[in-house]
Design a protein around this ligand. Structure first.
Ligand SMILES: *Cc1c(COP(=O)(O)O)cnc(C)c1O
Length: 483
């Protein structure tokens, strides 16, 4: 792709525009996952200008680039204040770090907890089954195998009598405010109290909702306590690239005090280069996302976020009403944050077909596979941009459901069904994967098929370990170099 003579700027941009045209629409209020759009005029341009101005600045060394240090400290201060910390609160010593995203924030929360207890040989973290998948990445992030945490995933039945389990090796108990899948806030006060009684850290994963729950509360929504106002909460993560509406690449990890944060740092002098000190996983870090987030927060302000939260709440209410109004659908949980999640009560109403029917009508939702005793469901992350479009959703949902009923459920060919239910991940050969991918229309070069119901049905029938392997293989087939 690197032409000998280089390509003129206008042509390069035209190429990118052409590629982008194939993407799902990031604006327009019809995409219910991946993208957080406030639909505020001028905000994209502001963030882009701020991003461009700091893109080449390196967050590696705060003494060389004090601009980034100042902006990071301001972002951490804003997050702390919003989440019950800072001057005049019960958590006046809160400190934090700006990370690249929620995953990195969670990994670092686990690292800090683990490295605070170097004497343990098999440290564990306790994560409710509703917790984010990213917690499972943390144990492999650093350290020798003997110091890896094993995460214990338990179903969070909201108030399990024996939760969190006590083990002398437990270094961290996590909870979500709210969970991504269903938008449900865990009983943080109860979990944090139990963790504190056991002398264990408690991390609140507010990556998703940390920037909206406080505003929803101000609007009168009954939001249970989940932040530093709760005794026993030792750290909180909140993604600015979600409901703070900043461009991608920014999250904040807060600790109740500097001593709790101390083991998060990586310092290394045992090499011939400069002594390295990193608060986060990356060394070289672009200033772009940090400056863009700073600009976004400054520009929207407290009143802006309150207004956006109100628009989002209204959209959630209308979408939930639309779901309630359709025979054969049921909400997985009464919405208490910014997620609407529903399932089917009628086996003849195939949710994966419905997702495709909604896509065909311009609504991009996220199918969730069955898990443990939970049925498959459809997830809608609702942002402020949905509000102006919300009245169009109900009629389209009704029409999509009618089309889904008319089409009938996906019936996997018997051999595919047998494969999905009986195959072990170990038995999956490259030939088998290639055959499956071709049969499903996922073969290399073709991109992703428009209708995904068959693929989703196959994955849904497979146990989690096989799902993981199949998806890895399918994605690996897509990710091949072009020349
Ligand atoms: C999005 C999310 C994460 C992970 O964040 P990324 O920015 O995608 O890495 C973690 N926890 C929750 C609850 C989330 O919604």
């Amino acid at each position: 792709m690197t032409d000998e003579d280089g390509v003129p700027a206008e042509q390069v941009l035209a190429e990118i525009r052409e590629l982008r045209a194939l993407d799902r629409p990031t604006h327009g209020g019809r995409l219910f996952a991946y993208v957080y759009d406030p639909a505020v005029p001028g905000l994209d341009e502001l963030a882009a200008a701020a991003h461009a101005g700091s893109a080449h600045v390196n967050g590696l060394d705060p003494t060389a680039f004090p601009s980034l240090l100042a902006m990071e400290n301001a972002l951490v201060g804003a997050a702390a204040r919003l989440l019950g910390g800072g001057p005049g609160t019960t958590a006046p010593e809160v400190v934090g770090s700006v990370t690249s995203g929620g995953t990195e924030s969670l990994i670092l929360a686990v690292k800090a907890a683990r490295d605070a207890r170097p004497e343990l040989t098999a440290p564990r973290i306790v994560v409710p089954a509703s917790g984010h998948a990213a917690f499972a990445k943390a144990p492999t992030c650093s350290g020798s195998p003997s110091t890896r945490c094993r995460s214990t995933r338990r179903r969070c039945a909201r108030r399990p009598p024996t939760w969190p389990p006590r083990s002398p090796e437990t270094v961290l108990v996590a909870c979500s405010a709210p969970s991504y899948a269903h938008g449900v806030v865990d009983p943080v006060a109860e979990i944090a109290a139990a963790a504190a009684a056991a002398g264990v850290r408690c991390h609140v994963d507010a990556c998703f909702g940390g920037w909206t729950l406080p505003y929803l509360r101000r609007l009168g929504v009954p939001v249970p306590p989940f932040d530093f106002a709760v005794d026993g909460v030792t750290s909180i993560s909140v993604d600015l690239h979600k409901y703070a509406y900043a461009p991608k690449g920014v999250s904040v990890l807060l600790h109740r005090d500097p001593a709790l944060r101390a083991p998060q740092y990586f310092a290394y002098a045992d090499w011939p280069g400069y002594t390295m000190v990193n608060p986060v996983l990356a060394s070289t870090r672009s200033g772009g996302p940090i400056a863009a987030a700073y600009a976004t927060l400054r520009h929207l302000g407290d009143a802006g976020y309150l207004r956006l939260a109100a628009a989002t709440r209204d959209a959630v209410t209308a979408l939930a009403d639309a779901v309630r109004g359709v025979d054969g659908l049921r909400l997985m949980a009464e919405p208490e944050s910014t997620v609407v999640c529903f399932t089917a009560t009628d086996p003849e109403l195939d949710l994966f077909v419905l997702v495709d029917e909604l896509t065909a009508r311009g609504w991009h939702t996220q199918p969730q596979l069955r898990y443990a005793d939970l049925p498959p469901s459809v997830h809608l992350t609702v942002t402020a941009s949905v509000a102006p479009r919300v009245a169009e959703f109900g009629p389209d949902l009704t029409a999509a459901v009618a089309a889904t009923r008319a089409a009938g459920p996906v019936r996997l060919p018997a051999e595919l069904h047998a494969l999905a239910t009986a195959l072990t991940p170990q038995a999956l050969t490259p030939e088998l994967v290639a055959g499956l991918a071709a049969g499903l229309g996922l073969a290399g070069g073709q991109g992703v098929p428009e209708r995904m119901a068959v693929v989703n049905t196959l994955l849904d029938a497979a146990p989690p370990a096989l799902r993981e392997r199949l998806l890895v293989e399918f994605v690996s087939l897509l990710q091949r170099p072009t020349y």
